[in-house]
Design a protein around this ligand. Structure first.
Ligand code: C6P
Length: 401
């Protein structure tokens, strides 16, 4: 059971913004004080580079950085060699799609979907253009979900890459990725999973899911912005060309050629995101302490409670009542979502409005934009009540014109 009053003491923003009703955690979660302290401590007591210096401070910074890698690898059941620290999900997915420009050939197929965030779609769209490979979309079902059957209908011997979202940021739907991966592997295709929205809400086990690559960001899971993770199976990573070239990723350098280290350093050219990695590891320790069962029970209950209250408001279109992630996506009659969001802000309610960097979802729904409320462990039933009251007030206000 989550005690929200107790949890809020871990998030310093609430002491500075006591009226805050934050329902935009799918964009970025609030930050936990132990993470902020850990980052502060690194800068206050170390602040030096890793993997380079032969002095105590450098050894300690390296120890903390590599300990962070171990925390991440345990979190998703990977090996340390399979964890690459990046700038975030976007950079992780761009790295992989970029490296496949050396591998894909005309006629090869990349399976994707209209549910993708632009960070999962656009890198592959550009890689397809560069290589002559073809983007193939899984037809979504009526509700907007990817089904295993629909995936199977587009899978073929030409499929080389399957790049899919685990949980849609716009609708919160969960993809049956384990089943999809099994089928993709029968065709010898690699599976790249965008776990930006699932990592903050559910246990991810890369051995169980068997995906080949996976990406997520620190800032959506109580950690810092500017850091993320690219997981890759060790054997595959070491077959890929490095994505960037520079410090600490080369083995031997000659005048006319060079050899590369193995993963993960092969893919971490230059000074890495040291404080970010250390902060992310602390965020993971915090999540482990709370536990995904409690996180899910609490946020699911808030989602159901809010959906029930919203069902009594006339003129509301809710697009994802069955969503597995705690996200409610909706519109109110013909009122523009940005007007509603601005009005909700008057009631200290923060939600996201727009296309959520997933324009194909809106095209699928036949709307130009939507409102999205998303929940996490610091949200209370009082937040839900205030949100619903503000939606009613905004609706009444705009309908009065
Ligand atoms: N979605 C949202 O409001 P970055 O920005 O690199 O940390 O994550 C990109 C990204 C990739 N995939 C999914 C499924 C995502 O949800 C996001 C980020 C935020 O929905 C900001 S656009």
């Amino acid at each position: 059971m989550i005690d929200v009053d107790r949890i809020r003491k871990d998030f310093p923003i609430y002491s500075k913004q006591p009226n805050l009703i934050y329902l935009d955690s799918a964009a970025s979660s609030l930050k936990v004080s132990s993470v902020i302290d850990k980052i502060d401590n690194y800068y206050q007591t170390l602040g030096v580079n890793v993997h380079r210096g032969a002095y105590d401070l450098a050894y300690e910074a390296t120890r903390l950085y590599e300990e962070a890698r171990e925390t991440v690898s345990e979190f998703i059941h990977a090996k340390n060699e399979e964890i690459i620290f990046t700038r975030g999900t976007t950079s992780s997915l761009n790295m992989i799609a970029g490296s496949y420009r050396n591998i894909l050939k005309p006629g090869d197929e990349i399976i994707t979907s209209e549910l993708e965030h632009h960070s999962s779609l656009l890198p592959w769209m550009v890689t397809a253009k560069h290589t002559g490979a073809k983007l193939v979309y899984i037809p979504l079902n009526e509700e907007g979900r990817i089904t295993v059957d629909a995936f199977q209908s587009v899978l073929s011997d030409r499929t080389k890459v399957v790049a899919l979202t685990h949980v849609s940021n716009a609708l919160g739907f969960l993809t049956q990725i384990k089943e999809i991966t099994k089928l993709a592997h029968e065709k010898k295709a690699v599976v790249i999973l965008d776990a930006a929205q699932s990592a903050p809400h559910m246990k991810l086990d890369v051995v169980d899911l068997d995906v080949d690559f996976m990406a997520f960001s620190g800032h959506k899971m109580f950690g810092p912005s500017g850091v993320g993770v690219l997981f890759g199976k060790e054997a595959l990573l070491n077959l890929l060309e490095p994505f960037e070239y520079g410090g600490e990723m080369a083995d031997e350098v000659y005048k006319d050629h060079a050899t590369w280290k193995d993963a993960p350093l092969r893919f971490e050219a230059g000074t890495p995101v040291i404080s970010g990695a250390i902060g992310l590891a602390e965020a993971i320790r915090y999540i482990n302490k709370i536990g995904f069962d409690s996180i899910h029970a609490h946020t699911h209950a808030l989602q159901q409670y809010t959906l029930e209250k919203m069902s009594h408001i006339e003129g509301l279109a809710i697009y994802n009542a069955s969503s597995e992630n705690p996200v409610i996506t909706f519109n109110i009659n013909d009122i523009h979502p940005h007007d509603i969001a601005t009005m909700l802000d008057q009631y200290h309610v923060s939600v996201r409005a727009g296309h959520h960097c997933a324009q194909l979802v809106n095209k699928f729904l036949g709307v130009s934009s939507t409102l999205r409320a998303s929940f996490h462990i610091y949200n209370s039933y009082a937040d839900c009540d205030a949100f619903v009251a503000s939606v009613i007030a905004a609706k009444n206000f705009f309908e009065g014109f």
